[in-house]
Design a protein around this ligand. Structure first.
Ligand SMILES: [Zn+2]
Length: 217
């Protein structure tokens, strides 16, 4: 199945997979509608606190179920799904983007290198990571510039047969200490990913060609 079969060129922002991150997600999601981005708010997400689960099996099963349910809800309706999370980094205001698709990473690289935030390139604040099943397998030439990683989410979700799965982890300076700057940073990244979704859809439809210049170096 190719990209033309994936949804109708729409973007979905998923917030609250981890319940502690829902509040941050809600702030980031403000204004998403005006950009044409739908929001899926997970009311009862998974807790980051693994001690709340009697054993890791329940934690992992819940996580898997949550993602698979979400997948069933969104497949066929969207071409790109952004799964928002937060992490911590003392410096703050930086992010990781995870995706299996090189075309999405390439497009995002192009978009980010043309945007400024606080006087520096947005690309300098973002790491682009390619999701792979096995990190030991030698990468294809087109992928050598990307860091590679494994993910804890089900393969059906990240494999991208029905939509492009994009994990977005925004690093905050301290737990629960997010500021307006962090929301704005996250919103800007969501917007860039959304733009890539639209670009890729258009490129695939042959309406625009060669719109994304500049490959990662
Ligand atoms: Zn999370």
């Amino acid at each position: 199945m190719d990209l033309t079969d994936r949804g109708v060129g729409k973007t979905l922002l998923i917030i609250g997979i981890h319940i502690e991150e829902l509040r941050f997600g809600e702030r980031v999601a403000e204004g998403a509608k005006e950009l044409g981005i739908d929001v899926l708010r997970i009311e009862h997400g998974l807790s980051n606190d693994r001690f709340l689960y009697s054993n890791l099996f329940y934690h992992d099963t819940f996580l898997r179920e949550l993602y698979l349910q979400t997948h069933m809800q969104i497949r066929g309706k969207y071409s790109i799904a952004i799964d928002l999370h937060t992490g911590f980094n003392q410096a703050g205001c930086c992010a990781d983007v995870f995706c299996k698709e090189t075309c999405v990473l390439d497009c995002l690289h192009c978009v980010l290198q043309n945007r400024l935030i606080g006087g520096s390139l947005l690309l300098k604040k973002v790491r682009l990571l390619k999701i792979v099943k096995n990190v030991a397998v030698r990468p294809k030439l087109a992928d050598v510039s990307y860091l590679r990683c494994k993910t804890f989410i089900p393969e059906t979700v990240w494999k991208g047969r029905h939509y492009h799965y994009v994990g977005l982890e925004i690093y905050l300076p301290r737990p629960g200490q997010e500021s307006r700057e962090d929301w704005l940073f996250a919103r800007q990244l969501v917007k860039c990913i959304h733009e890539c979704g639209k670009k890729l859809k258009r490129n695939k439809s042959n309406e625009i060609r060669g719109n994304c210049q500049g490959k990662p170096v």
